[in-house]
Design a protein around this ligand. Structure first.
Ligand code: F6R
Length: 243
């Protein structure tokens, strides 16, 4: 168990370091399956990757993608959905084709079927080649909420109150919006990724990062599952650790 741990001076440097690790990985694994989180943390990294792609420094044309998680029942075209986030920040500017991407259809009544399709997409590609994840204030990764077994596959989950409350920041209009339920790839699948990158930025992530740095491995803090991975990278900015 080895953890590659990086403390970068600021958010911009954190994003640059992450993007460079991803570019290096893609150059060696151009036809891999990639899974990028939504949320505030990876925005700049995704922009840098899209820019690098436009400059011809990285080629995603043979890669495949799978959506990490999504809010159940919320229209994918809603500005705050993970789908529209990834489309806006990465897939569209990078020119990724529809057939390269697998997403959860969260308006489908058969959500178990959606989990099955996601599991099959991963199996068909052998494994996730690289996963880029953020961490929640409560230590979740993807929508693997506290208490999720480390062996889980794609599943539907009742979202923690913290996740529901924090999630409001992604949406323009939160009135009449139900954010109780999510769908997510499972920790087991993320831990099997050839390369696992977890980013954390800002003081709110301190508690979750400290749990990892203390070497705890507990389902109560899903991010601590990172210790079960053999090639994981944890990238933080100074604000996380110095506050
Ligand atoms: C989003 C996701 C979440 C976020 C986490 C951190 O697709 O999977 O696990 O990565 O909640 O969110 P931010 O980056 O907004 O602090």
């Amino acid at each position: 168990m080895k953890l590659n741990y990086y403390i970068e001076d600021n958010y911009e440097d954190l994003s640059k370091k992450t993007a460079s690790l991803i570019i290096e990985h893609v150059s060696q694994n151009p036809s891999g399956l990639f899974c990028f989180a939504g949320g505030d943390t990876p925005v700049r990294t995704l922009q840098l990757l899209a820019q690098a792609s436009m400059n011809g420094e990285v080629d995603f044309s043979q890669a495949s993608f799978i959506e990490l998680d999504e809010w159940v029942g919320i229209d994918p075209e809603n500005h705050g959905s993970c789908f529209s986030y990834l489309k806006r920040n990465f897939w569209e500017p990078t020119g990724i084709r529809e057939e390269q991407i697998h997403i959860f259809n969260v308006l489908n009544k058969d959500l178990d079927g959606e989990c099955k399709k996601a599991n099959e997409w991963i199996e068909r590609h052998g494994n996730i080649s690289l996963a880029l994840l953020g961490v929640g204030v409560n230590g979740h990764i993807g929508f693997n909420e506290p208490g999720t077994p480390f062996s889980s596959k794609a599943h539907i989950t009742m979202l923690d109150e913290v996740t529901q409350a924090v999630g409001g920041k992604y949406f323009n209009d939160v009135s009449n919006m139900n954010r109780e339920k999510g769908i997510t790839l499972g920790l087991g699948q993320l831990l099997q990724a050839d390369q696992l990158l977890i980013q954390a930025s800002g003081p709110k992530k301190k508690e979750a990062v400290l749990k990892v740095l203390r070497g705890e491995i507990t389902e109560t803090w899903p991010v601590t599952a990172i210790w079960r991975h053999t090639r994981a990278h944890l990238l933080v900015d100074k604000e996380v650790v110095s506050s």
